[in-house]
Ligand binder design. Structure first.
Ligand SMILES: Nc1ccn([C@@H]2O[C@H](COP(=O)(O)OP(=O)(O)OP(=O)(O)O)[C@@H](O)[C@H]2O)c(=O)n1
Ligand SMILES: C[C@](O)(CO)[C@H](O)COP(=O)(O)O
Length: 382
């Protein structure tokens, strides 16, 4: 209860997300460990000022919505209402549900399910404005210069200080919003937001301070970047009669490394780091040493495949840092060529790859020159 008033929130989440594209509507995409819609709902559900939440969802996602409400412990959800073809129709359906299920509601906030970054201070400002003036919307000043297209090729500048970008939640006295929507429905009026319908019904709308971070996820550029790290470690023993291949470079030495493939320990550590960062398992899973097709294969070929696999999962490699532990031979003079090879296989700039060599001061199996070990750390994003 907010100062003796009951507040219901409509979360409009019945859109298809056509401008963003993809297999599922944007409100169900994951941001970190939570779906967009769960993040949005949680903000309102955790606020004492909010009494009731009504979600609007596409018919085929109502069950999924119910699961989100249960899994992410969203409280105060009174109904999940079927959406309409347009946002306006979806909100109207929820408004009718509020009338039936929570008739005690004094104020209604309407918020886009696709605005998960809304902050409490914006919601507070909207509530205060709504209680004071009957209708309030959050907005932010335009940052870019504005031009109005006058025909297909020409345009003229516009005074941007007169214009604001409007966000949600938009708050209204319930009777104002109901009247505005009833009128719009009866007269076939349309608006891109709730405030425009309230205005068409003759109500004045107060502007309150929004937040530039309160974006509506609309196109793929609006999705936050996901950064991940991975580590990889590999060891191969020296063997007589084999070539020594490190980072795709054939290094002149009296022995090579034993293995099913070319035993390029540097590339193996790197591939495990990349696969690990993307939660795609490890090289044993993708290129098992029980499979004859990988006998003697160049690890650079496998690295290219790992790069493609990451790209297919929309990951981009940011950088990789590799430490090669070898008592002998000294690898310093070959690291530039290794970096070139790796950058080429992953289609990256060379400065995203670093390779360092170290001895182990004659300690352990590396120190006894029984084999070579490599460790890789990488970071990827999507
Ligand atoms: N019929 C609709 C259309 C939209 N919305 C919701 O209204 C909000 C703002 O709409 P928009 O960004 O246009 O979402 P979509 O309609 O999904 O996007 P697009 O126009 O790209 O298809 C979103 O949370 C969306 O789920 C809704 O509840 N019902
Ligand atoms: C309601 C809204 O988010 C306010 O900015 C916006 O009007 C929705 O417009 P859309 O065309 O449905 O994206």
């Amino acid at each position: 209860m907010y100062k003796g008033n009951s507040i219901s929130v409509i979360i409009a989440a019945a859109g298809k997300g056509t401008r963003l594209g993809g297999d599922i509507p944007k409100q169900y995409l994951m941001i970190g460990s939570k779906p967009v819609l769960a993040k949005t709902l949680k903000v309102f559900s955790d606020m004492d000022e909010i009494d009731h939440i009504f979600i609007v969802a596409n018919e085929e996602y109502i069950k999924h919505c119910r699961n989100i409400v249960g899994s992410y412990e969203i409280n105060k959800v009174r109904d999940i209402v079927r959406g309409g073809c347009e946002r306006q129709e979806s909100v109207y359906n929820a408004l009718k549900a509020i009338g039936e299920k929570c008739p005690d509601t004094d104020y209604v906030l309407v918020h886009d399910g696709a605005r998960p970054f809304v902050k409490r201070h914006v919601i507070h400002a909207v509530i205060e404005g709504t209680v004071e003036k009957g209708a309030a919307v959050p907005c932010v000043p335009m940052k870019d210069s504005l031009r109005m297209a006058t025909d297909e090729v020409m345009s003229r500048s516009v005074d941007r200080s007169l214009y604001f970008s409007v966000q949600t939640p938009q708050g209204f006295r319930k009777d104002y919003l109901k009247r505005a929507y009833d009128k719009a429905y009866a007269e076939g009026l349309c608006g891109t937001d709730d405030a425009s319908l309230a205005e068409k019904a003759g109500y004045k709308v107060m502007l309150v301070k929004g937040d530039y971070g309160n974006i509506k996820i609309t196109t793929k550029e609006d999705l936050p970047m996901e950064n991940r790290v991975g580590t990889g470690f590999d060891v191969h023993a020296f063997a007589e009669g084999r070539d020594l291949i490190l980072g795709g470079v054939s290094i002149p030495y009296e022995r090579g490394l034993a293995g099913h493939s070319d035993a390029d320990v540097v590339i193996h550590a790197l591939m495990d780091a990349l696969l690990g960062a993307a939660s795609l398992g490890d090289i044993g899973k993708h290129f098992p040493d029980t499979d004859d097709q990988y006998r003697g294969i160049s690890s650079m070929v496998l690295l290219q495949r790992v790069g493609k696999l990451l790209a297919a999962n929309r990951y981009t490699v940011i950088n990789a840092d590799i430490t090669v532990m070898a008592q002998a031979p000294k690898i310093g003079r070959y690291t530039e060529d290794m970096r070139d090879n790796i950058a080429k296989a992953l289609d990256l700039e060379k400065n995203r790859i670093n390779i360092k060599g170290t001895t182990t001061e004659r300690l352990g199996f590396v120190g006894r020159e029984e084999g070579i070990a490599a460790e890789a750390v990488c970071s990827i994003c999507r």
